[in-house]
Design a protein around this ligand. Structure first.
Ligand code: PXG
Length: 437
């Protein structure tokens, strides 16, 4: 191991068991295309696109060049009452890419900020239309919408909520759609579960539609371990939202920009929400950026409101020049290399490879869609998460970066992956799972 010229202690690591990590650190020092290099010089295959975000692969030359050039010519300019070309250009590109009339873009710097922005836009939208009593927000169990107070309020991952008090008032949750007995080891969308969307009718009956602003869901739940929507489920949510005048928000922080082989999950499922939140893949994670794409009727409602500032919301770095330049170069690369189509082409072989693990002892579920897969392991008795963590460490030692959430391994490689990478990913996971059985 190389000598470190820094102390591990002062950095309070996010979503990490700090004491455990600092006793046995895993440090990555560089990256190129599909691989990281660890501090001991080993090449590590990236099966997770970093944290579901490096969709174009690592340190891609056109993106690096665009960021360098931007840093040299315009480091920062305000977007409050001023403008610079970057975010106008990028918003135009994103609006072209997005389906239907999702044609205006509000920029933030992360998925969490994107979600808070979307929730605030939903509340302000109803207010500007004279329905300001619509203040309730509906999320879903097991959802991850980032870590802001808005996001954890509509989110449904218990550890992310339980020590943070009462959060936003007036939030209710749909049931999650995962049921091992009904759908274990399904390929793609499960046949069972569309009826779970009907719970929205129960929630509407309880609170009355006139009090509800919006419903937010990840079209495919990512963080909780890849939960794929049952066939017909999202369509039914859309229909119920339409019936009652509720805005439907798709949180596409993970699914946006090619993860399912299409630009957005909205395209893949053929269901058009009123807003899409995005982050991660928009810049292939090179510079932090997030945002909200809204449909024409949402934007128009604000533009028909009182004169002056239409939305009292924004971040110093909304549309930051480096992020905008990175975004433009990233979207151009996705286009030039047809990376969304590559993901779509690889998806069947990815599905086969993931399901080749299905009969390994302790594998209780394999779920997949596009280039996302979750492999759920039986927890060790009395020690939830222990087997998952052993798998993570075993894979890293075997030269593979994976993600775990509890006892579920998640796999989401960069969209530049080849069949050989997919084979290596699942062969390695298979060997490790057998070794730690
Ligand atoms: N919404 C969704 C659907 C996400 O997946 C966020 C919002 C928040 O984004 P920011 O940029 O604020 O982190 C996310 C983030 C994991 C993992 O391994 C997932 C995320 C982040 C870090 C790790 O499951 N998703």
């Amino acid at each position: 191991m190389s000598a470190r010229d820094y102390d591990l202690e002062p950095f309070w690591m996010p979503f990490t068991a700090n004491r455990q990590f600092k006793a046995a650190p895993r440090i990555l020092v560089s990256a190129k295309d599909m691989h990281y290099t660890a501090e001991d010089g080993r090449k590590i295959l990236d099966s997770t696109a970093g944290l579901w975000c490096v969709n174009a692969g690592h340190c891609r030359e056109p993106i690096v060049r665009a960021i360098k050039q931007q840093a040299e010519s315009l480091d920062f300019a305000p977007t409050f009452q001023m403008g610079h070309p970057g975010p106008f250009r990028l918003a135009q590109t994103i609006a072209h890419l997005a389906p239907s009339d999702l044609n205006h873009v509000f920029f933030a710097n992360s998925g969490s900020e994107a979600v808070d922005s979307a929730l605030k836009i939903a509340l302000a939208y109803h207010r500007v239309r004279g329905e300001g009593q619509r203040t309730r927000l509906i999320g879903r169990e097991r959802a991850y919408h980032g870590v802001g107070f808005g996001g954890i309020s509509v989110g449904g991952m218990t550890p992310n909520r339980k020590v943070f008090g009462a959060m936003l008032p007036g939030v209710d949750h749909l049931p999650h759609t995962h049921d091992l007995e009904k759908m274990a080891k399904s390929r793609g969308q499960p046949e069972w579960g569309a009826h779970l969307a009907n719970d929205l009718e129960r929630i509407v009956a309880l609170h009355d539609a006139s009090n509800i602003a919006a419903v937010i869901v990840e079209p495919v739940q990512g963080s909780t371990g890849v939960v794929v929507p049952p066939k017909g489920y999202l369509e039914r949510l859309r229909a119920i939202c339409d019936k009652h005048g509720l805005l439907l928000i798709f949180d596409e922080v993970i699914t946006g920009f090619g993860r399912l082989g299409s630009a957005f999950a909205a395209d893949y499922f053929g269901v058009i929400p009123d807003m899409i939140t995005f982050a991660k893949g928009v810049t292939s994670a090179t510079v932090p950026m997030g945002g909200v794409i809204v449909r024409k009727h949402v934007y128009d409602a604000f533009m028909g409101g009182p004169e002056g500032i239409e939305l009292f919301h924004g971040y110093t770095y909304s549309g930051h020049p480096l992020a905008a330049a990175a975004g433009e170069a990233t979207l151009a690369l996705y286009h030039d290399e047809e990376l969304f189509a590559n993901a779509a082409r690889l998806a069947p072989c990815f599905e086969d490879a993931a399901h080749s693990l299905a009969d390994i002892p302790n594998v209780i579920d394999v779920r997949n869609i596009g280039l996302m897969a979750g492999i759920e392991l039986a927890p060790r008795p009395g020690k939830p998460g222990a087997r998952g963590y052993e798998a993570l460490v075993g894979c890293f030692e075997a030269g593979l970066l994976t993600r775990i959430t509890g006892d579920t391994l998640a796999c989401s490689p960069p969209l530049i992956a080849t069949k050989a990478h997919i084979d290596q990913i699942f062969t390695t996971i298979g060997k490790v799972l057998k070794a730690i059985a």
